[in-house]
Design a protein around this ligand. Structure first.
Ligand code: SF4
Length: 281
């Protein structure tokens, strides 16, 4: 079986790529078309465009993620396959009735991270592939959750469409495509081991991964994000202002932005968020 690692820009998946070599390294970039979130170094933006074969205005993650993936390629001495699906703007406008994703409707991970990887697999690999996932030794429950959704052969199943049928409707294909593999759980690798490994190495990581306004984050952390990344946070505020739902059930992002305090946060304790295995490891 062919092997791949899903790289997110976080230390953990980077550790996987460095210590558990696989035939393919794939990275799916979350993009926005909002020029207020423009990636400033247009020379590097051009490199990104060549990699993903799509326009790159900016990302809704920390801009450092671009540097991380480029650094990682240098560190590993090999190319990473850069992928990107539709922009987050298109996703919110055109899919799922225009309603925003949330903790209960977490389709953004599926559409922006997982689908581009599946589509790459469908066009290029076409047979089940073993995918290294960066769950750590203390995250067995996450791995168990992922495995509970696999079929009798232990393969994850995904549904996608690539063309229209004669009636003009989407033609759907359902494929058992990947066998999740959790080397860090098997080898008892914890966060401390990973931090130690990257110390002094020439790969720059963002303090936090995931989208700046990810709804998995606490209101206190989001408030901090609104101050560190005001333009990107405003993108999330503006999406709510379009009137198609809210990211969180109990509080709007405008309210979070307007909170009258700046908490001092423990990023580590507060940053786990999405448990899909594709965002932010
Ligand atoms: S980081 Fe959060 S908001 Fe971004 S795609 Fe993942 S779950 Fe969605």
């Amino acid at each position: 079986m062919k092997t791949a690692t899903s790289i997110s820009g976080g230390m953990t998946s980077a550790y996987l790529s460095a210590n558990y070599p696989t035939e393919y390294l794939v990275f799916s970039l979350i993009r926005t078309s909002d020029t207020n979130c423009k990636f400033k170094d247009r020379g590097i933006a051009k490199i990104v465009e060549e990699r993903i074969n799509k326009p790159f205005v900016g990302t809704l993650e920390d801009d450092i993620i671009i540097r991380t993936i480029l650094d990682l390629e240098q560190f590993l001495g090999r190319k990473i396959i850069w992928l990107s699906g539709i922009t987050y703007d298109e996703l919110n406008k055109e899919k799922y009735g225009g309603y925003l994703p949330s903790v209960l409707r977490r389709y953004c991970t599926t559409e922006l991270k997982l689908r581009p990887i599946f589509n790459w697999w469908y066009k290029n690999i076409k047979e089940p592939i073993e995918m290294n996932i960066g769950f750590r030794a203390n995250e067995k429950s996450r791995a168990d959750r992922m495995m509970s959704k696999t079929n009798e052969q232990g393969l994850s199943v995904f549904k996608s469409t690539f063309e229209k049928g004669r009636t003009g409707r989407n033609k759907w294909v359902t494929k058992a495509w990947q066998k999740p593999n959790f080397p860090l759980i098997r080898d008892f690798i914890y966060k401390e081991d990973i931090n130690k490994f990257w110390k002094g190495k020439n790969v720059k990581f963002a303090k936090l991964n995931n989208c700046i306004g990810c709804f998995h984050r606490s209101s206190a952390l989001l408030k901090e994000m609104s101050e560190i990344h005001p333009e990107k946070f405003d993108w999330f505020v503006n999406q709510e202002n379009l009137g198609k739902g809210t990211w969180k059930e109990t509080v709007s992002y405008q309210k979070i932005k307007d909170l009258n305090f700046t908490p001092k946060l423990n990023f580590k304790a507060d940053s786990e968020g999405c448990s899909s295995g594709y965002c932010g490891f």
